[in-house]
Design a binder for this molecule. Structure first.
Ligand SMILES: Nc1ncnc2c1ncn2[C@@H]1O[C@H](COP(=O)(O)OP(=O)(O)O)[C@@H](O)[C@H]1O
Ligand code: SF4
Ligand SMILES: [Mg+2]
Length: 394
């Protein structure tokens, strides 16, 4: 215990050094961003596969905090194919939200920065925005229009002092400046109907507090979908709702996605939520992707010991157990990640190779990739996620 205390203790001198370093590095990164935003060539790139809407390519998003650099997302690789639902799962704090906020460029800057990798958003003609250095003026035209987001807590996502109609109108007006007032209202009412609100005229002039949690989440979905985005990010969209309402909201999302030809990035800590809905699943652990594949790969052939643990800890209807399985131990300290497999201290399946450095990504089937030494001789080694040495940034 004493040792643990000492390891998290920071002297005044060290604290001053960290503050100075953070100031220097964030200033430099902000300047680089501002410079690359001046020329569209610098934030335009090409998609690896034009059938993807978004490609996360070795994305590193760090927070420069008073206790050191938190590598919240460190070398994340995965794709969101067109018209698909991609579930991103993992326990709380593993970097799911930071991944999506990096894509929306809604990180708490200047302390939060994407310091490495590329996030490609398909423009539709094979070229792509590299979101990492796209300037805010362009991001404003993409957010809500090409990518939109549904948050966990519908009450805080809506503004309590404006009527529902005004809040939906606002998004439509912003992205369609040529529409007349009547056209905007018509579109808003259509959206309210689309998300299953029976009394749409009545709800149009209500305030958020007059609606139930499920109704409010429907409104948030209407706002997110008002401009038929390419991608809808749903970050724990049903965590704050009752179980019966959860199922309705997930059904609604899935139906609307098909109607609007969008893709969904469904973020959740609950495997049950992605089970019925996702085409592909990405499993994250401590800021990295440890396994990814089709829903069938992950649910029927889980390979990574962490995914296997998550499956075991999921309650099964009709199965009686004394106690639900829980994965022993806890996630490593995000300020000082080990130089070996991040899951090793909790892993019940270690082998000799696990003593080495962080395991590479290994392709074990056409669709299934896992980062674990147990598969080293059973697949194609793809490479290790690249981390960024922050000292080299300045
Ligand atoms: N603004 C911030 N400042 C410092 N650390 C942050 C900030 N936002 C998130 N983090 C850290 O990043 C890690 C990933 O967080 P997050 O993506 O929110 O996890 P989750 O998977 O639960 O969505 C956590 O360790 C969290 O403490
Ligand atoms: S690499 Fe080793 S320690 Fe890490 S998850 Fe696989 S078996 Fe466990
Ligand atoms: Mg989150």
């Amino acid at each position: 215990m004493a040792e643990k205390k000492r390891s998290s203790y920071i002297s005044a001198k060290e604290s001053r050094r960290i503050t100075k370093f953070n100031r220097k590095v964030t200033k430099k990164l902000e300047k680089e961003r501002a410079d690359s935003g001046k020329d569209p060539k610098l934030y335009t790139t090409v998609m690896k596969d034009p059938d993807n809407i978004v490609e996360f390519d070795n994305v590193c998003t760090y927070f420069f905090t008073d206790v050191g650099t938190v590598k919240a997302v460190d070398g994340v690789n995965f794709n969101i194919p067109r018209h698909s639902t991609v579930g991103v799962v993992g326990e709380s704090g593993c970097g799911k939200s930071v991944t999506s906020l990096s894509l929306m460029q809604l990180l708490a800057r200047p302390s939060g920065q994407t310091v490495g990798g590329e996030i490609r958003l398909n423009k539709g003609d094979g070229t792509a925005y590299n979101i990492v250095n796209t300037p805010n003026s362009v991001m404003e035209t993409l957010r809500g229009n090409k990518i939109s987001m549904i948050f966990q807590e519908p009450m805080t996502a809506l503004n309590p002092v404006f009527r529902i109609g005004e809040q939906v109108n606002e998004v439509i007006e912003l992205h369609n400046p040529d529409m007349s007032e009547e056209e905007v209202k018509k579109r808003t009412l259509e959206m309210l109907e689309l998300v299953g609100i029976a009394n749409k005229e009545g709800v149009y002039s209500m305030y958020p507090h007059e609606l139930s949690g499920g109704m409010r989440q429907r409104i948030c979905i209407a706002i997110a979908l008002a401009c038929s985005p390419l991608l809808i990010i749903a970050d724990e969209p049903t965590t704050a709702l009752d179980v019966t309402i959860q199922a309705q909201i997930l059904d609604l999302l899935q139906n609307l996605k098909d109607k609007l030809n969008s893709s969904i990035m469904l973020i959740t800590h609950d495997l049950g939520v992605v089970a019925g809905m996702a085409d592909y699943v990405v499993v994250m652990y401590a800021g990295r992707v440890v396994e990814k594949g089709t829903a069938d790969d992950i649910f029927h052939h889980p390979a990574h010991p962490y995914t296997i643990g998550l499956m075991k800890s999921k309650p099964v209807v009709g199965q009686k157990v004394e106690e639900l399985y829980n994965i022993p131990g806890s996630v490593p300290n995000p300020v000082a990640m080990p130089d070996y497999c991040y899951f090793r201290d909790r892993c019940e399946m270690t082998c000799d190779k696990c003593k080495g450095e962080y395991p590479p990504e290994i392709r074990i089937s056409d669709t299934h990739v896992v980062s674990c030494y147990r598969y080293f001789d059973k697949g194609t080694v793809l490479g290790t996620p690249k981390t960024v040495n922050v000292e080299e940034l300045i």
